[in-house]
Ligand binder design. Structure first.
Ligand code: SF4
Ligand code: SF4
Length: 368
């Protein structure tokens, strides 16, 4: 076997683990007539599986399907249009995470709005935008907050600071996403045939292992919570195949150093305090009921959607296939724009914008 794994520091263990995974996967195929298919829900897994060479090394033995786990990739076009519309008001400072700037909406991106003179600032933490609000009392500072359960508590901390310090010129436009509703959506639709899930490491730090019991109890599907190092991912895939061969559906915590059964109580409390379930629109999927969180009514003065409502039209249709990619139905190379009109330098869809997106990871590490 070619030494295909790229992370040389662990190459010895990596190569032998890889051989074991392939041996088991081939037994799985012999038993069930198809190779095992697992979805990685997390964008960082998508990136790490491509970067380390695991995806390439396993391509003839295990189907590794990128799921809807990158917050950038699942951000709906209408959301970007609304954010751009939000920059139009007087005396506004818009703050957000870097990746958000490049996502194309119907009429350009936040980056384009910035080059046209809008005050749009990239911050590393939502709390930085509260500080900016304090420093600029004559401006309205709006933070555009996207993210999964990993980011939501951090948004909550910024809301807490603004609330407790009585910062009146700060608000947040929140469009967050939750893992469970979209995983249920994918399983209920039955579109992507999956034998299990490589469960997201960071999200699981917040939620805990117990939260995934619905996978086993209601769907009979196994899942392994995994870290991001090469050997952690390989051993998680190994455990998934082993469960499949034993016809056992259970959740294994293969990231015990950081993931606890009950999650992170402080993070869960802050989520519960400031946010309430909300129907969210997912790119290429549409609205999934209660699949995100928005700011609770008690804190409505901090909710930019209430303070600065904007209306946007229906998004313009493009040939971008991100919607099908995040549902696990097609791969990046099935998109006619991949590597031609759409590249990381000039992305057309969000899966090419974020380094965690499957198109970008595929472009960088897996192009033939
Ligand atoms: S936020 Fe963390 S868990 Fe979620 S997609 Fe990104 S890296 Fe994965
Ligand atoms: S290659 Fe570009 S246009 Fe095609 S699906 Fe990926 S992001 Fe969308």
């Amino acid at each position: 076997m070619e030494p295909i794994l790229k992370e040389v520091q662990d190459a010895g263990l990596g190569q032998s683990l890889l051989r074991e995974v392939i041996r088991l996967a081939d037994r799985f195929k012999e038993k069930y007539g198809h190779p095992p298919a697992y979805m990685e829900v997390c964008g960082s897994h998508t990136h790490a599986l491509a970067r380390t060479g695991i995806k390439r090394a396993l391509k003839d033995h295990v189907r590794l399907i990128s799921g809807p786990g990158c917050p950038v990739c699942v951000t709906d076009q209408k959301t970007i249009d609304a954010m751009i519309a939000l920059t139009e008001g007087e005396n506004r400072i818009i703050c957000t995470f870097g990746d958000m700037l490049r996502i194309p909406g119907s009429k350009g991106s936040l980056l384009k709005a910035k080059t046209e003179g809008k005050d749009i600032r990239v911050v590393y933490s939502p709390s930085d935008s509260v500080r900016i609000a304090k420093e600029n009392p004559d401006n309205e500072v709006i933070f555009l907050g996207v993210g999964f359960e990993t980011t939501i508590p951090v948004l909550g901390i910024a809301l807490k600071e603004a609330w407790e310090d009585g910062v009146k010129n700060f608000s947040m436009w929140v469009t967050t996403k939750l893992v469970e509703p979209v995983v249920r959506y994918l399983l209920d639709s039955g579109e992507a045939k999956l034998d299990g899930f490589l469960l997201p490491g960071h999200v699981s730090v917040v939620l805990g292992k117990n939260q995934y019991s619905y996978l086993v109890d209601e769907y009979g599907v196994p899942g392994v919570i995994s870290g991001f190092e090469m050997n952690e991912m390989l051993s998680s895939i190994y455990l998934l195949i082993e469960l499949g061969l034993k016809e056992e559906a259970k959740i294994i915590n293969n990231y015990k150093s950081v993931v606890k059964d009950e999650g992170n109580p402080q993070a869960l409390t802050i989520m519960e305090t400031f946010f309430t379930p909300n129907d969210e629109a997912w790119r290429g999927i549409g609205v999934i009921p209660k699949s995100g969180l928005d700011i609770r009514e008690e804190y409505r003065s901090l909710n930019a959607k209430i303070r600065f409502p904007v209306t946007v039209g229906e998004p313009i249709k493009t040939k971008c296939r991100c919607g099908e990619i995040i549902r696990g139905l097609v791969g990046p190379e099935d998109c006619p724009l991949f590597g031609k009109a759409c590249t990381p330098m000039k992305p057309i869809g969000p899966c090419m914008v974020s380094s965690e997106g499957s198109c970008s990871a595929h472009y960088k590490y897996l192009r033939e």
